[in-house]
Design a protein around this ligand. Structure first.
Ligand SMILES: Cc1ncc(COP(=O)(O)O)c(C=O)c1O
Length: 370
């Protein structure tokens, strides 16, 4: 027992000594304006609630109704206790949105990536993964039985040379919008490369609210699985894998992060369903245009709502974030190693249609002062 206490203390000290100790702040409210523990009111530019749908009355009402109808929990895994109708309805809507034959819900986007990569990344398969892919893809690769090769960021020639060197089935997996840089994967070229090598293309579209979309006719040329989250643009909690029916059926039967975990709560699924219906309506498209305008206020034509301000040094990033919060009441997280490579510590600005023009102007001015 004492040995474990010593071991834990030494590790905690090691993290603190490296200047990488993190702790969780409490923010009261629904966002983007929150109240801190000390009573200060701040505007958050940290959340991935890109369209503000977590606060939309129809989304909140749908969650309330589901709570009243189904109760709070879903009881167990779906292969044990069955799905609720709302799970099925949401899956049908997700499949329609992604123009796929089927979709399957997971408790989180993280679990969806684990499920997809462990299902298809079996013995003898090569997985080619972009070096800046999200942690859930990295862990999905680690958990799989596949041979994993890391491709240089957005370097399609490197992807192709790794595929060429392998004799057997292959998967190419990439974020479509990279979560710390907000840049895009070269989707058109990746589709071409996968078509040439008959590789399965796994796309994580967690942040793809402003695009990119799949090139026309891509699914006629390549097998594609689309992984997504309900926790960002859709303002709820959960993840999904969408693709051809037989592929999704295999996920149901093989993915341990689906089989051995409790189904998403009905309230979360109902909220995501209402959010998705909104997103696909005229109102949703208006929100997307507002988000586009907010991004343009900070970085014209930047392709996503994630705008990095790379400062290099960890200390610089931390002190810039502290100044934004203390002097301006703006919460912009400092992102540093191990989340990003050493020397690329940054502020990560996440914009939302829920931000007012004025709030974003305040942020732009404060960033300029830095
Ligand atoms: C690219 C990417 N994929 C997957 C996830 C995981 O999604 P979730 O938060 O729903 O687990 C995230 C973020 O959390 C992400 O940024």
């Amino acid at each position: 027992m004492t040995e474990w206490k010593d071991r834990v203390a030494a590790r905690n000290e090691g993290i603190a000594d490296a200047g990488r100790w993190r702790s969780i702040r409490t923010l009261d409210g629904g966002g983007p304006v929150f109240t801190l523990d000390d009573g200060r009111s701040i505007v958050s530019f940290a959340s991935n609630d890109y369209l503000g749908l977590s606060q939309h009355p129809s989304v909140v009402d749908a969650a309330h109704e589901a709570l009243n109808r189904y109760g709070s929990g879903s009881g167990s895994a779906r292969l044990i206790v069955g799905a609720r109708p709302v799970h099925r309805e949401l899956e049908a809507e997700l499949a329609s949105w992604k123009s796929t034959e089927a979709a399957l819900l997971f408790p989180t986007g993280f679990a969806a990536n684990l499920g997809a990569l462990t299902t298809f990344g079996t013995d003898g398969v090569l997985v080619v993964s972009d070096e800046l892919n999200h942690a859930s893809i990295i862990d999905g690769c680690r958990l799989s039985r596949a041979q994993v090769e890391i491709a240089r960021h957005a370097d399609v020639d490197h992807v192709e040379s790794l595929l060429r060197a392998h004799d057997g089935p292959a998967i190419v997996v990439t974020d479509t919008v990279f979560s710390m840089d907000g840049d895009l994967a070269p989707l058109d070229d990746l589709v071409d490369v996968c078509a040439r090598h008959d590789a399965l293309l796994v796309l994580d579209e967690a942040h793809a609210v402003l695009g990119p979309s799949l090139p026309k006719g891509a699914t006629d040329r390549v097998d594609i699985l689309r992984v997504g989250t309900l926790s960002k643009t859709l303002g709820a909690l959960g993840g999904f894998v969408a693709g051809p029916r037989a592929f999704v059926d295999l996920v149901v039967n093989a993915a341990r992060p689906f089989i051995f975990t409790t189904a998403p709560t009905p309230a979360d699924s109902a909220a995501a369903l209402a959010a998705l219906e909104l997103l696909r309506s005229e109102e949703g498209q208006t929100l997307v245009s507002v988000l586009r305008a907010r991004v343009d206020q900070i970085a014209t034509t930047h392709p996503s709502p994630i705008v990095p301000v790379v400062l290099g040094d960890e200390e610089r990033a931390i002190s810039a974030a502290a100044r934004l919060l203390d002097d301006h009441g703006l919460l912009v997280p400092a992102i540093r190693p191990p989340t990003v490579p050493a020397g690329t510590s940054r502020l990560r600005v996440a914009l939302s249609a829920a931000h007012s023009e004025d709030q974003v102007t305040r942020l732009a001015k404060a960033l300029a002062e830095l």
